[in-house]
Design a protein around this ligand. Sequence first.
Ligand code: UDP
Ligand code: MG
Length: 316
Amino acid sequence: MKKNKKRELLSIIVPCFNEEEVIEETYKRLLNVLKNLNIDFEIIFINDGSSDNTLNILTSIALKDNKVKIISFSRNFGHQPAVSAGIHYCKGDYAVIIDADLQDPPEIIPDMLRVAKEENANVVYGVRKKRKGETFFKRFTAWAFYKIINFLSDVPLPENTGDFRLIDRKVIDAFNQLPEKNKYIRGLISWIGFKQIPYYYIREPRFAGETKYPLSKMIKFATTALLYFTRKPLKLATTMGFLSIIVGIILTFYVFLSLFFKPEQTVSGWASTIIIIIFFGGVQLLTIGVMGEYIGSIFDEIKNRPMYIIEKTFNL
Ligand code: UDP
Ligand code: MG
């Protein structure tokens, strides 16, 4: 009797934004690793509206190698939409999300796959033991971000992780069902559940080029994570509101008592009045701001625009 078991497929998802300096090398390193694996594979490059030569380089690779697929966006939509597109279009039984800049070494993919199979895990997420070649500012803001979000969020969001991870078909299908447009991918995958295990590795410096994550993109990313994974800032606003009411009541008593018992003092107290106005003004603005951020996200979701527009695809 002939056994007709279908060979498994591994999809590699690589978001690229202006990566002309690294993309060829990334392809070579990935190919080197994948061709020795006892599994079929596809490499999906998502060109996130690059304005350099990235798409040309990718196209010439895809012309020679039909395992290489390209999804090219109509403009720069961002890293998270690019990865989401990869997860949406991949056909693998497993998928690996990896940055194009070789900070995450492709050489550990086989071991991640082995661990996933041996431990029967649905997600093997990379945890950075060490981060080489990243500025103090980047490391500090990342550290502070994870401390804050883990304090606030109900979903555990492991520290020192990026999107570099292996996920299986169950997780891919679950992810593709999630309707939100603003996606904080590592948080959503954690939220999905199943068996998730960490994989420790050393994060290398960028192979070439500069970071494509300037402060503005980092802030947007962190805001999405906070808004979509916790409602605690709203609760904090309510708590502050209550506290100010209590302080207000105490102050009212104080004012009335002084009116009756120390009428000569009632004109003084200018300083305390100003301080109270400034303080409560601040609390109110902050509260309105927090509410505004949430309303803004509701607005974004309700518009129901697609996460990205695809201009063309190759080999897909
Ligand atoms: N990237 C993207 N769209 C963007 C910004 C980044 O597809 O708008 C890709 C980028 O090409 C890289 C990955 O996302 O493959 C991570 O970006 P980068 O390495 O610049 O971020 P960092 O490692 O500095 O946080
Ligand atoms: Mg990088």
